[in-house]
Design a protein around this ligand. Structure first.
Ligand SMILES: Cc1cc2nc3c(=O)[nH]c(=O)nc-3n(C[C@H](O)[C@H](O)[C@H](O)COP(=O)(O)O)c2cc1C
Length: 413
């Protein structure tokens, strides 16, 4: 089997080992997938400007955030329904994060219970991502349980008032209720490894919505709302006060793209934000998150940490985001491709290769600490015309014997 050298290699293998329906759930974006592509295009267009003849003999790519040490400047982003990729995926991601000494953010829509994820990764820095659906009591329950399980931070996702229109999912009949067509059944049957694992454990459930001992069961309506990402649309900036009362640890808001919203987050007492377009899965016309980052960093003016995610697939992408002022980045699909290929070990390998690439890039940049990176390290974006893009893609294909190790991928997926 060929070596898996980079995230794109893992992605390509994930496409082979997963039913198309599952791969597309992870890989896809909303509508025309412009935002999904924009995330990659914007990162690729940014050149890095190295500074030479600097002592890089003692490299350290670690950071300190909210009083904890991270061994690399990234965390694993929340991924709902990860159990569809591989049973136990949430715990695998948490264990990989623990081994790599970076945080893992558990989704409200996880398939493993909050307490079981903690048990799988007792020493990990865990954060809880929160979706607020109709029944606020459910959110309160999740916050309480996350605190009891020693989760360090709470991250409210605000870019999902409704789910984005994921057309790949619709074409596969992947919706509520799930519709199995002959072609999806055939698709699953062609991936016996995946099917066998799923057959052993059964279809993943929204484990955090299952009632604990003394709790009333969550309504079917709320479960369906989570599956279809139908959220409480009365949620507004004042709701941050409600959460503040429930949670005394770091409270982050995920899914902002505008400088004014970033200022509102500061005013409403958030402890941090994640500049994010949900990996291109929500508003298809949204900007690339890395393009939105500089104005937000400027607006926040150092009053709280700014994190960013979307399209991070190389260590150089991490370095670009940090140089533009992010304190850290989140990795979404990258570690999930790792889980698809090889469970916890696959996720860990992806984290390790991202850390190695980050360190190598920083060394080439002449920066031995993350804090040494700054906007001077990033040049003006160099966008290519569609014609240039096509000929570059063809050239790459030829140079790599038909196996390009960098995108453009989404256009063909
Ligand atoms: C399959 C999948 C499920 C996701 N589920 C959630 C979720 O439950 N909560 C959330 O806040 N973000 C969710 N996201 C968004 C990620 O947390 C993150 O913002 C995004 O994946 C980053 O982009 P990247 O995948 O290009 O790295 C999901 C993303 C994917 C790909």
């Amino acid at each position: 089997m060929p070596a898996l050298l980079n995230v794109e290699d893992y992605r390509r293998r994930a496409r082979r080992v997963l039913p198309r329906l599952v791969f597309d759930y992870v890989d896809g974006g909303a509508e025309d997938e412009r935002c999904l592509r924009r995330n990659r295009d914007a990162l690729e267009a940014l050149p890095l400007i190295p500074e030479c003849l600097r002592d890089t003999s003692a490299m350290d790519i670690g950071i300190d955030l909210f009083g904890r040490r991270w061994n690399a400047p990234f965390a694993i982003a929340p991924i709902g329904l990860a159990g569809l990729v591989r049973p136990g995926a949430d715990a695998m991601l948490a264990s990989a994060a623990q081994a790599a000494r970076v945080p893992f953010i558990l989704s409200t829509a996880s398939n493993t219970r909050i307490e079981d994820v903690r048990a799988a990764a007792p020493d990990a820095t865990l954060w809880m991502q929160l979706y607020v659906m109709g029944e606020r009591a459910i959110a309160e329950r999740i916050v309480r349980r996350a605190r009891a399980a020693g989760f360090q931070a709470l991250m409210l996702t605000v870019d999902v008032p409704v789910s984005g229109l994921r057309e790949r999912d619709l074409r596969h009949g992947f919706r509520v209720p799930m519709r199995l067509t002959p072609s999806t059944v055939f698709d699953m049957a062609r991936h016996p490894g995946w099917l066998l694992r799923l057959a052993r454990t059964g279809m993943p459930t929204f484990a955090n919505l299952l009632p604990e001992d003394d709790e009333a069961p969550v309504s079917a309506q709320t479960q369906a709302a989570l599956l279809s990402r139908t959220m409480d649309r009365t949620l507004n900036w004042d709701s941050i006060g409600w959460l503040r009362k429930l949670w005394d640890g770091p409270l982050l808001i995920k899914g902002l793209l505008g400088a004014e919203d970033a200022k509102r987050a500061v005013q409403h007492g958030a402890d941090g934000i994640v500049v994010s377009n949900h990996g291109g899965r929500q508003l298809d016309a949204a900007p690339a998150s890395v393009s939105a980052l500089p104005a937000i960093v400027d607006a926040v003016g150092g009053r709280m940490p700014v994190l960013v995610d979307g399209g991070i697939r190389r260590g150089s992408d991490v370095v670009k985001a940090l140089a533009l002022g992010a304190q850290a980045v989140l990795l979404g699909r990258a570690p999930v491709y790792g889980v698809a290929c090889d469970g916890m070990q696959g996720a860990l390998s992806v984290l390790q290769l991202m850390a190695q690439e980050t360190e190598r890039t920083m060394t080439l940049m002449g920066a031995s600490r993350v804090r040494e990176l700054g906007p001077r390290h990033v040049g003006q974006p160099e966008f290519r015309s569609p014609l240039e893009q096509r000929s570059a893609a063809a050239q790459l294909k030829e140079n790599t014997h038909g196996k390009p190790s960098i995108y453009p991928v989404h256009a063909t997926a």
